[in-house]
Design a protein around this ligand. Structure first.
Ligand SMILES: Nc1ncnc2c1ncn2[C@@H]1O[C@H](COP(=O)(O)OP(=O)(O)OP(=O)(O)O)[C@@H](O)[C@H]1O
Length: 227
């Protein structure tokens, strides 16, 4: 069975259709790029997959025991907020902590350290998050999503505010993570993502393209809204 099966999903906000009859699936270790113009419904699609929004029609089936993590669009925050990198990464365990009303375990602490090492941010663990570069902050947010050992990770424009080098570094990191987990990533930049993804899902409320990123037809579809 597929990890995630999105079937004929239609989502409306009041009477406005944000997603119309969307169907696609996610296999183990598949890398899917979700592209589309502003307001195309990309973030709404993530919210439906995460169960935050319930579609008026259709359904999202998630195979049993599939653990999904989410990295949201970079949000602005108070740079002087006194929270350290390690605290942000440990927040990946917050749900369990609240559910079981307990502190973090030793095992969780070790896991956070091993993920930070893997992502090359262990030296930043005691740094205030307001003192990080955009690329470093993005890695911290990815680390937070990884500590729960997800089978699928959803990322909403993780490289939007980064320069080209930092973008490439994040994509190379995602490529490495992809050997272990499926990735669904929202992006506006087909050229940037096409060499990493297995499939492109281009939406403009409805699906306008779903297939290989190097198929001949894709450039034309993409140019029609990107220009
Ligand atoms: N909470 C909401 N209430 C009403 N309409 C909404 C809400 N959230 C999104 N929309 C509308 O739904 C449509 C899809 O929005 P969504 O944020 O999913 O698009 P997007 O593709 O992620 O856009 P962007 O690339 O600009 O981030 C837009 O027309 C938006 O205005």
């Amino acid at each position: 069975m597929k990890l995630i099966d999105v079937r004929n999903v239609t989502l409306k906000y009041d009477n406005n259709i944000a997603l119309k009859n969307i169907s696609f699936s996610v296999d183990k270790k598949e890398f899917i790029g979700v592209l589309g113009p502003n307001g195309a419904g990309k973030s709404s699609l993530f919210k439906v997959i995460l169960g935050i929004l319930k579609p008026q029609n259709g359904e999202v089936r998630i195979s049993e025991k599939t653990n999904i993590s989410y990295v949201s669009q970079s949000v602005s925050f108070d740079k002087s907020f006194p929270i350290k990198v390690i605290d942000v990464v440990m927040m990946g365990f917050l749900e369990k902590r609240i559910r079981f009303l307990r502190g973090y375990s030793r095992k969780e602490n070790d896991k956070a350290y091993s993920v930070m090492k893997k992502l090359g941010i262990i030296d930043l663990k005691d740094r205030q998050i307001g003192e990080l570069s955009g690329g470093q902050l993005q890695k911290v947010l990815i680390a937070r999503a990884l500590v729960s050992d997800p089978h699928v990770i959803l990322l909403d424009e993780p490289t939007a505010s980064l320069d080209t080098d930092a973008k490439t570094e994040i994509f190379e990191l995602l490529k490495e993570l992809n050997s272990n987990m499926a990735i669904i990533l929202v992006s506006h930049n087909l050229n940037m993502v096409c060499k990493y993804i297995d499939k492109a899902l281009i939406i403009d409320r409805e699906i306008v393209y779903y297939g290989e990123p190097d198929d001949e037809g894709i450039g034309q579809v993409f140019d029609s809204y990107a220009s």
